[in-house]
Design a binder for this molecule. Structure first.
Ligand code: MN
Length: 319
């Protein structure tokens, strides 16, 4: 039996399904979760989706309110999607991390949890696995296709990143046949920016700091500066990806001080071949993918956080 067939059997046998997303939900975890909820409905099992954090406004088109509002039921089958480790469940972890039945994920740094794990590090997105489940279940409608397409599009940067494979395009081709609106999804994911995000872009480029002969670039984003600019921490979610576009840069890092916990810093990295961001972030207790990873750092002040990160990152150029 394939994994997809097994997941469908489990869903059919369950009284209800509860689907868990990771913290700071991205297009992959949201698209995968709501597509899977629709699959459950097609298989005759009610489903709900739980989010530890509210989605960014840009991604709210992926959320189906009826699955968010659905009440909990006893003996739910619990499925996590795109969640690499229990810690990534955030506030959901306390109640749910020991109750996960099926873990569906594609992170190479995935920590096994749950009764049954389906983890494919070669899949560009968890959406590629959800596609197999939807196909198996016969849930091939346009809305489901849009959700899965958004998941794959999101994690591949619009089918441009190095994780993109023939399989990704094969999945996309099928989703178009199911009715996915590729132009609409891509426009919503990549061609819309809030005023705050535009201000953040200006701030990132104005505060670039180069090291290692221009191969390493970082930006420190203190809470105080965000308050002065009227930007939020989320407005900077693309900062490290923006900096990777700078000519000569091989590793880019954004360091965002948390507003509610000023000694905590959210670190996000992007790299070019062969630099392994996941390995660097793992040394800070974080994880992710080879070209895109993140971690959380504790430091007494912004300058110390920045020095610590630059020192760590500079090691890859001096090895
Ligand atoms: Mn993903």
């Amino acid at each position: 039996m394939t994994n997809a067939a097994y997941v469908c059997e489990q869903i059919k046998a369950a009284k209800a399904v509860c689907i868990l997303c990771h913290t700071r939900p991205d297009g992959d975890t949201l698209g995968s979760a709501f597509a899977l909820a629709r699959v459950c409905r097609v298989l005759g099992t009610p489903a709900r989706v739980l989010l530890a954090d509210p989605p960014a406004a840009r991604l709210s088109f992926l959320c189906c309110p009826d699955f968010l509002a659905a009440p909990g039921q006893p003996d739910e089958l619990v499925i996590s999607v795109d969640v690499a480790s229990p810690a990534q469940l955030g506030s959901l972890c306390e109640t749910w991390c020991d109750r996960v039945d099926l873990k569906i994920d594609h992170h190479a740094t995935a920590v096994p949890f749950g009764r049954f794990c389906w983890v494919e590090p070669d899949a560009a997105a968890t959406g590629e696995l959800i596609y197999e489940i939807a196909r198996e279940a016969g849930a091939r409608d346009a809305r489901t296709a849009d959700l899965i397409y958004a998941a794959v599009c999101s994690d591949t940067g619009g089918f441009r990143y190095s994780n993109t494979t023939a399989r990704s395009f094969g999945v996309a081709a099928d989703l178009i046949l199911w009715g996915a609106n590729v132009a609409d999804v891509a426009e919503r994911l990549f061609d819309r920016q809030s005023v705050g995000e535009c201000r953040a872009i200006g701030d990132v480029y104005a505060n670039m700091r180069f090291a290692c002969g221009g191969r390493l670039v970082s930006v420190l984003i203190p809470a105080e500066r965000r308050a002065a600019l009227g930007t939020t921490e989320e407005d900077y979610s693309n900062a490290s990806a923006l900096l990777r576009t700078v000519e000569g840069v091989e590793l880019s890092v954004s360091i965002r001080q948390q507003s509610d916990q000023p000694t905590k810093y959210r670190v996000s990295m992007r790299s070019r071949d062969p630099i392994d961001c996941a390995a660097l972030c793992a040394r800070l207790g974080g994880g992710g993918h080879v070209r895109a990873a993140g971690a959380t750092l504790t430091a007494p002040g912004p300058a110390q956080a920045e020095e610590q990160i630059i020192r760590l990152c500079a090691e890859v150029f001096h090895a």
